[in-house]
Design a protein around this ligand. Structure first.
Ligand SMILES: Nc1ncnc2c1ncn2[C@@H]1O[C@H](COP(=O)(O)OP(=O)(O)O)[C@@H](O)[C@H]1O
Ligand SMILES: [Mg+2]
Length: 377
């Protein structure tokens, strides 16, 4: 195994594995420092979490991350927020035993419970009986803000996989609570991140919903070819003593479709199998390995899609599609043009498809594309 494989993580990219995103990082650090809340938008596995963690680290503000993937009910969501808040108070404000008076002053719907462990006190915030969960959430978030303000300190909360809120909270209570607290904040800044654009955007872009116009938005695209070139060639030189040829490098970009997750997956496979400077055919070989490894997972994912969407994806993967509304497309798919356009919209919303600058639809995930191209009828 080559140690440089560590530079192509499948999880979050840290340190030397983090390629570029200079502008986005600067923008996010600026938002954090000026206490603007931010909404990070990108398809799954484009690097939202990596970017948020990088920026928080760079801003040098204390922070906590609250990941809503772990929540299935409003109750659990409130508990995650309470846990995050307590943790952040400890990191950003100071030892809780010295804050008893302030905490008591700032909460009325939560009962603060201090317990003395070995030599550190710990805090629990217990919602009073019959108190609405959204009141609990707003009060908890505002507690951090008020403590920070009192001590003249700053902090960040990173809400990851925030789109889950839309599934969990059916009555906009949690969104409303977050808005109530967020609009008061001068010391605490929030980062909202998640996938499924349509869900996130419906949370933040719908004027009838509580979180409307609360955030600056940062849209994350793929990392550019030239940034990847610097990043990957440096690692190639370090590994094999020379750069990859232009053709070899392009092969990596093509096969992975410059998708940050698959660039890393493919490079990991290349660095795993190549003892010497790879040639284009080695890149093909490494990609085949990735495809073989993921094939059954992808088939499984495809099988979960409704038939019409699946058929359409396959068609787009195998044809240069100029217009999906043409009679030709409609008859070769045996689908009415209206069903085609519904299916396209759903697939775009779910981040399966994107449109290139000339309006052609493309499959985002290169592995899905590989499977769709090779799939039997
Ligand atoms: N700036 C970056 N440079 C290199 N690889 C990155 C970068 N950002 C993300 N990645 C890679 O992309 C994949 C997805 O990253 P992650 O931050 O988990 O994305 P998201 O939160 O959008 O799902 C991981 O394999 C990660 O290592
Ligand atoms: Mg993430």
């Amino acid at each position: 195994m080559h140690e440089n494989r560590q530079l192509f993580p499948l999880g979050k990219a840290y340190g030397k594995a983090f390629c570029n995103r200079v502008e986005e990082t600067e923008q996010l650090v600026g938002n954090i420092k000026s206490c603007k809340h931010t909404l990070l938008i990108a398809p799954r596995r484009y690097g939202k979490s990596s970017l948020a963690e990088k920026a928080v680290e760079k801003a040098e503000f204390p922070s906590v991350k609250i990941n809503f993937h772990l929540a299935t009910t409003e109750q659990e969501t409130a508990q995650l927020i309470l846990d995050g808040v307590i943790k952040l108070v400890g990191i950003a404000v100071g030892r809780v035993e010295k804050l008893t008076a302030s905490i008591k002053k700032y909460v009325s719907n939560l009962e603060p419970l201090f317990s003395l462990g070995n030599d550190v006190a710990s805090l629990k915030l217990i919602p009073k009986k019959e108190v609405n969960l959204s009141v609990v959430i707003a009060e908890a978030l505002l507690l951090v803000e008020k403590l920070l303000r009192e001590k003249n300190k700053r902090a960040v909360i990173f809400f990851d996989e925030f789109q889950e809120i839309d599934r969990i909270s059916k009555h906009a209570g949690i969104e409303g609570a977050i808005r109530t607290a967020a609009q008061e904040m001068q010391c605490l800044s929030l980062i909202f991140s998640g996938s499924i654009r349509s869900l996130l955007l419906s949370l933040f872009d719908d004027e009838n919903r509580p979180l409307y116009k609360l955030c600056r938005k940062i849209k994350i695209d793929r990392i550019s070819m030239s940034d990847y070139e610097k990043h990957i060639q440096k690692i190639a030189v370090d590994t094999w003593g020379s750069k990859l040829t232009e053709e070899t490098f392009s092969k990596i970009m093509d096969l992975s479709n410059q998708h940050p997750y698959y660039v890393n997956y493919l490079c990991d496979s290349i660095w795993q199998i190549c003892k010497q400077l790879p040639k284009p055919e080695d890149i093909e070989r490494a990609w085949k390995k990735v495809v073989a490894e993921e094939w059954s997972d992808v088939l499984h994912e495809l099988a979960e899609l409704p038939l019409g969407q699946r058929r359409l994806l396959k068609y787009i993967a195998n044809h240069e599609v100029k217009s999906l509304q043409s009679q030709e497309t409609s008859s070769s798919l045996a689908m009415a043009t209206s069903s085609i356009s519904t299916a396209v919209n759903v697939l775009v919303e779910k981040d399966y498809l994107e449109q290139d600058p000339s309006g052609n639809y493309l499959v985002i995930n290169p592995l899905l594309l590989a499977v769709l191209k090779g799939a039997e009828d």
